[in-house]
Design a protein around this ligand. Structure first.
Ligand code: S3P
Length: 468
């Protein structure tokens, strides 16, 4: 697949239908990892000198981070060869923005940026789209207030908000009350411009890209396991130098073509250069337990992250119980795992998935509602779900007149298009516009592997669910 540019994403495709895939075959390149891309821009911005990033995700979420950093006085440039450069201004060098920072749909960008702004002596206003303005921000504003930042938030600690960064931030030791890499990273980012040592303690491990990348940039970050959990500590006021880095493919995005390949009638799909950080691979461990034909080749390390090529081969899957302890390592992958569970042999159970309720949509409801619409028996509670698999037969699916509601959530849209590849009547989704936030070029990529996905348009250009 050619490198997708922002202009060439499939953002304009609205409703679509995926039909049963007889055979999926080929080599797919998934876009750069979203978590790593945000962090590369942000850590590059606080470094001294020019950082060059290869393979940056050019989805709308990451472009929102790039734009916000420019408004904060950091030169961020897409070079003609597709690499990105960031001319870092140093840990305390951001300028007050003269306009609102609009983070669009990007929760990670908003929360991590709040961490950075909390220890800069400036005022900024942050907002986002309707989905982001519904998401809780107290989880970051609480610890950042303890460090001295002040916030004026919309009702319920939501965006839009104004942040006044602390002139003399104080270091804290913060025991995470929620299992969240975003909160952990926000506090560590704030610690970079805070005199002394700032620590975060987590009971349940979450993705550690921030720590790995800080080390890649030459920062001193320590981690130590204690009785209370893992304690990660960053020393403040370290001027660190720019460092080039390569962004591996996103395991959360690679999951869509790979799971589609598992569900197709036959064939095999390879995705090269996927980030295999052990705190991100819960989906792949689960699929292996389900008996999936999944293999990893060519393991290597890229810019401080483990990477490999993943190969998925069509075949039968067995139901499993996914324990709560695994949730953090696959928090974004439950929607696509639900598609696999829908055709597995037996009943799959997910536990400890309450955090899905505060993602880009209430994903627990979105998955349950979509599966029910496709004729898949599903039961759910506050933080659990059970899905009765079809035992390898195609699920019924749902046509253009009764499409799955994606609730403007990229991963819900892609997951149900994947399920369509294993359906009798196809699976229609009402809106695919948000796919561009994380996976520009998703529909053409899937089509190139053999997935029968078609855009559904009508003269009014309204998705079926909204037609008169
Ligand atoms: C992310 C952390 C996770 C994940 C999100 C990316 C990150 O969110 O869902 O897509 O890059 O730190 P939480 O921290 O809310 O679990």
């Amino acid at each position: 697949m050619p490198a997708a540019t922002p202009e060439k994403s499939d953002n304009s495709v609205r409703s679509a239908i995926a039909r049963r895939a007889g055979r999926l075959d080929g080599v797919a390149s998934a876009p750069g990892d979203k978590s790593i891309s945000h962090r590369a821009l942000m850590l590059g911005a606080l470094a001294v000198g020019r950082t060059r990033v290869t393979g940056l995700l050019e989805g709308a979420d990451v472009l929102a981070t790039a734009d916000a950093l420019r408004r904060l006085g950091v030169p961020v440039t897409r070079q003609p060869d597709g690499d990105w450069t960031i001319d870092g201004v140093g840990v305390g060098g951001l300028a007050a923005p003269d306009s609102v920072l609009d983070m669009g749909n990007a929760g990670t960008a908003a929360r991590l940026l709040l961490g950075i702004l909390a220890s800069q002596d400036l005022r900024a206003v942050i907002t986002g789209d309707a989905s982001l303005c519904r998401r809780p921000m107290a989880r970051v504003t609480d610890p950042l207030s303890q460090m001295g930042a002040r916030f004026d938030c919309a009702a319920g600690d939501r965006l839009p908000l104004t942040v006044w960064g602390a002139r003399a931030p104080v270091p804290i030791v913060y025991a995470l009350p929620v299992v969240s890499a975003q909160v952990k990273s926000a506090v560590l980012f704030a610690g970079l411009n805070t005199m002394g040592e700032t620590s975060v303690i987590e009971v349940s491990p979450t993705r550690d890209h921030t720590m790995r990348m800080m080390r890649h940039f030459g920062c001193t970050v320590s981690s130590a396991r204690g009785r209370a959990g893992m304690r990660v500590t960053v020393r403040g006021w370290q001027e660190y130098s720019a460092a080039d880095l390569s962004v591996p493919a996103d395991p959360s995005s690679a999951a869509f073509p790979l799971v589609a390949a598992l569900l197709a009638g036959s064939g095999a799909v390879t995705v090269r250069g996927v980030c295999l950080n052990p705190l991100r691979t819960g989906l792949y461990d689960t699929l292996a337990e389900m008996g999936a034909g999944l293999s990893i080749e060519n393991r290597r390390e890229v810019s401080g992250e483990p990477v490999g090529d993943l190969v998925a081969e069509a075949g039968a899957l067995n139901a499993v119980a996914v324990p709560a302890a695994r949730a953090a390592s696959m928090i974004d992958e439950y929607p696509v795992l639900a598609a696999a569970a829908a055709v597995a042999n037996g009943t799959t159970r997910f536990e400890g998935i309450g955090e899905l309720r505060v993602k880009e949509s209430d994903r627990l409801s979105a998955i349950a509602g979509g599966l029910a619409r496709c004729g898949v028996p599903v039961r759910s509670g506050d933080d659990w779900m059970e899905i009765d698999g079809s035992g390898g037969r195609p699920v019924a699916g749902t046509g253009p007149d009764n499409p799955v509601a994606t609730l403007h959530d990229h991963r819900i849209a892609m997951s149900f298009l994947v399920l369509g590849c294993a359906s009798r009547d196809g699976v229609a989704v009402n809106d695919t516009a948000m796919i561009g936030t994380s996976f520009p070029g998703f529909v053409p990529l899937m089509q190139s592997l053999g997935a029968p996905i078609e855009a559904l348009t009508d003269p009014t250009d309204k998705p079926p669910g909204e037609r008169a």
